[in-house]
Ligand binder design. Structure first.
Ligand SMILES: O=C(O)CCC(=O)C(=O)O
Length: 134
């Protein structure tokens, strides 16, 4: 049986207001063993380069999880420093309103500040399988 837990976050990015997300893999934050996180990012409006669409490194989901966000006796922190990423490796994921972007948990992705006069609203859901996963 596949047990899914849904963690949701509305991504309401207003015009001219920073809403950037630094490069990351969702499995770093929503870790299960084995990893199972899948992101479902529903564009409620057109997402473009100028209003802060997602960007991703094609194929990066094939190369494993780079680091984990953990909680231990020292508080919450990453177990490794952030790798340095080259902007030219990212491609923009410009999509029309109503598009669903399915994000593998190991995909390296980010978004930039919305510098346009238009909002960029999206609904982001992350699902993880907790059945038989630690
Ligand atoms: O909506 C965004 O700008 C970033 C979303 C994101 O990185 C995520 O859902 O993991």
């Amino acid at each position: 049986m596949f047990v899914v837990h849904i963690i949701s976050a509305n991504k309401f990015i207003q015009p001219g207001i920073s809403g950037e997300a630094v490069p990351h893999q969702d499995n770093s934050f929503l870790f299960t063993d084995p990893p199972s996180c899948t992101g479902l990012w529903l564009a409620l409006e057109d997402a473009t380069i100028t209003n802060g669409c997602l960007w991703a490194i094609p194929g990066s989901h094939k190369y494993g999880l780079k680091r984990r966000f953990i909680r231990d006796e020292n508080g919450v922190h990453f177990n490794h420093p952030s790798p340095s990423y080259d902007h030219k490796d990212f491609v923009p994921l410009e999509v029309k309103a109503g598009s669903l972007v399915v994000i593998h948990g190991d995909l390296i992705h980010q978004s930039f500040e919305n510098k346009s006069p238009n909002s960029r609203h999206a609904l982001s859901l992350n699902v993880v399988d907790t059945n038989g996963h630690v």
